[in-house]
Design a protein around this ligand. Structure first.
Ligand SMILES: Nc1ncnc2c1ncn2[C@@H]1O[C@H](COP(=O)(O)OP(=O)(O)O)[C@@H](O)[C@H]1O
Ligand SMILES: N[C@@H](CCC(=O)OP(=O)(O)O)C(=O)O
Length: 361
């Protein structure tokens, strides 16, 4: 028995005019149901909320402004889950909706909570249907794309494999429409991606194109999870573990989910400049960052936000979840823990970034 996370993109679930495509969703549902009856557990990360909301709202193209995207997602997500519910019920399976925001995988209390919810849903035999919580996510807190969300979810649920289903059967050396592009069967590490061109955009309804799929595969494989990338039409074969599409082999070992996110977080909220001693302490001795080693503070962040830790010359050496708000730090920098307690009180004795909340890049 394996635990699989299956991610399916907007372009494989919806019609170009912004409605649910029953046949294509049906192919995915049937494949998931068969995997379940073969004894596998499946978490389905489904995009398509915005795309499925376009038709019902009379919108012709994907809106650019956040408010309309959120409104479309609100309408489309309901329609999608209703459709999944009915279709899985034909196989005697029940679905549960899980909407996540970035905080759910970065804040310790939240991700523990999310982990427990998934564990219980799977124990109860439910197929969790996951998406980003688009209707409340603002531009700062959006995962940005469901490929990365799926990579983080596969880590969160300790998946044995991540299956990325798109409208293309594999990763190619360049855009599949170009005659010179060749199919890639296996990716053993970053060196195999050096010559691959993923720059050309994909469908009009999808967001990430191949860039985010490759990035998701890198995140998952770096955490020890193999990835298969193929088309939704080949979902059956992929979930029967037949050799289809492109296989990305694991390159690293499991690490805490929020650190995985942190290492790949696209947006940090600020920057702490470290003196040379502090750089050595965090990189060589794996120590926490103390206020004494901070030389400068930039950005607007609150406690718990991700920040870059940079050398005096500005190069980024690490990322960490900071324990103080940006406005608290200027009076703290350069001071010893003893001085901080005397001057500001005992709650300021804490590390600026604890070593458990820090990834050296
Ligand atoms: N090197 C490449 N290999 C395969 N597909 C590529 C490549 N470069 C760009 N693409 C495009 O990426 C598309 C998939 O991305 P996208 O439309 O965002 O999918 P989804 O909606 O499934 O997330 C493919 O249909 C293809 O047009
Ligand atoms: N959360 C968004 C999906 C964003 C997204 O990543 O889309 P896609 O590139 O089709 O996987 C939605 O449901 O519309």
């Amino acid at each position: 028995m394996s635990r699989l996370v299956v991610k399916v993109g907007s372009s494989s679930l919806t019609t170009p005019d912004g409605h649910i495509d029953p046949d294509r969703i049906g192919t995915v549902v049937d494949a998931v149901a068969r995997a379940r009856s073969a004894g596998d557990e499946v978490v389905l990360v489904s995009s398509g909320a915005i795309a499925a909301g376009l038709g019902p709202l009379g919108l012709r193209t994907r809106p650019r402004d956040l408010a309309t995207q959120q409104a479309a997602a609100s309408v489309g997500q309901g329609a999608l889950v209703e459709f999944y519910g009915r279709r899985f019920a034909q196989h005697g399976l029940r679905v549960g909706q899980v909407l996540l925001t970035l905080d759910d995988v970065t804040r310790r209390s939240h991700y523990r909570n999310a982990h427990q919810t998934f564990a219980k849903l799977l124990e109860l035999g439910v197929v969790p249907i996951v998406n980003e919580n688009d209707t409340v996510a603002t531009s700062e807190i959006r995962f940005g794309d469901n490929d990365r969300l799926a990579a983080l979810v596969s880590h969160l649920v300790h998946a044995d494999e991540l299956v990325l289903l798109s409208d293309v059967d594999a990763l190619y050396t360049g855009h599949p429409d170009l005659p010179a592009s060749r199919r890639i069967e296996i990716v053993g590490g970053d060196e195999d991606l050096a010559e691959v061109d993923v720059s050309r955009v994909g469908s009009a309804v999808g967001t990430g194109g191949m860039v985010t799929k490759v990035e998701a595969a890198r995140i998952a494989t770096a955490a020890g999870i193999p990835v298969v990338l193929t088309s939704a039409a080949l979902a059956g074969e992929a979930l029967r573990h037949e050799s289809v599409g492109t296989r990305f082999v694991p390159t690293g070992k499991r690490r805490p989910t929020r650190l995985l996110w942190l290492a790949h977080a696209s947006e940090t909220k600020g920057r702490l400049t470290l003196d040379d001693g502090a750089v050595r302490a965090i990189t060589e001795r794996k120590a926490s960052l103390l206020a004494a080693g901070v030389a400068a503070v930039d950005g607007t962040f609150t406690a718990g936000d991700p920040v870059d830790l940079v050398r005096l010359d500005g190069t980024v050496v690490a990322r960490g979840l900071v324990n103080f708000d940006a406005r608290e730090l200027p009076t703290m920098v350069g001071r010893s823990s003893h001085e901080l307690v005397e001057l500001l009180g005992p709650e300021y004795e804490r590390e600026v970034v604890h070593r458990d909340d820090l990834v050296v890049l």
